[in-house]
Design a protein around this ligand. Structure first.
Ligand code: SF4
Length: 290
């Protein structure tokens, strides 16, 4: 059995920089991260061990310094934090900042803002909270419930698959043929690279393993992308979650990972896959699994 890694996988520079910043902070003054720095339990545990807390709302922050994650925050929240006397550390990814600027620019030019993404995702909320009124859609059917506007300005959550965004734009054009539609592409390059690499991998593999946090949106998206080409796709948080039975009869196993998955986790999953690959029978696989 061969084990192959996707050409691009794992942590993006935005998340890596945010984690580095958090881990380099001195213990004093204490810092609270607003929300989850990354959607990965392994990393969050490491931060907790360093005494870095997190809070889901500004009201729950009890430290003098508050850190904004790579997913960003709205100007409204940043202002409230500063006015509340907090020192604000921003680890917002530059590509998320680009999406904020794109949204603001479209609104300034008089377009009705349409975001392709998850309405309740922290990154999307960071954009919508600063805009008086806009629409957020995810599924194809969501286009049907939109009301007509003469000018649509479209952006997307940075981690959305490009083909989904293009599909929703096409449906929008078909539903409102008389409307102008302007799209600013805000899908980030690391997401694009990982999605394309995952597709390539899924075409070549009999089984695909996707390593990432249970709550990570882009890990889920990667798994969904792989399922389009390979029916045997399994998501794991760590190497311990691997079930040797998943690999039975496979000659090629592919490995990919979400943008919040640390290298140690990916290496651990790969190492265990390689050990299982060396096993020459299901019985031996089962023995290795113990
Ligand atoms: S997924 Fe993209 S936008 Fe989000 S933090 Fe990573 S590089 Fe930045």
């Amino acid at each position: 059995m061969n084990v192959i890694r996707a050409r691009y996988l794992g942590m993006c520079f935005g998340v890596r920089d945010a984690i580095r910043l958090a881990l380099q902070l001195p213990a004093d003054p204490p810092v609270t991260i607003l929300g989850d720095l990354v959607h990965n339990e392994f990393v969050l545990d490491r931060l907790r061990h360093r005494g870095i807390r997190s809070a889901s709302t500004l009201e729950a922050v009890a430290t003098p310094v508050v850190m904004i994650t790579a997913h960003g925050a709205s100007e409204r929240v940043l202002c409230r934090a500063r006015q509340g006397g907090f020192e604000v550390l921003e680890a917002t990814c530059p590509l998320v900042r680009f999406a904020h600027r794109a949204a603001q620019e479209l609104v300034r030019q008089g377009f009705r803002l349409l975001i392709v993404g998850q309405a309740d995702h922290v990154e999307v909320r960071g954009i919508t909270e600063d805009i008086e009124s806009c629409d957020v859609i995810l599924d194809a059917e969501d286009v049907e419930r939109l009301e007509e506007h003469p000018r649509w300005g479209v952006i997307s959550q940075t981690t959305q698959p490009v083909d989904r965004v293009l599909d929703r734009i096409e449906r929008l054009r078909q539903r409102f043929p008389g409307s102008e539609v302007r799209w600013i592409d805000t899908v980030c390059r690391p997401t694009r690279q990982r999605q394309l690499a995952a597709l390539e991998l899924a075409r070549r593999a009999d089984v695909v393993i996707v390593a990432g946090g249970r709550h990570s949106n882009n890990t889920r998206e990667l798994a969904a992308t792989c399922r389009r080409w390979c029916p045997r796709v399994h998501a794991v948080q760590t190497a311990d979650d691997l079930d040797p039975a998943w690999l039975e009869g496979a000659s090629t196993v592919g490995l990919t990972a979400g943008t919040s998955t640390p290298d140690e986790i990916i290496d651990g999953v790969e190492a265990r896959l390689r050990r299982l690959a060396r096993a020459d029978s299901p019985a031996r696989m089962a023995a290795l699994a113990r």
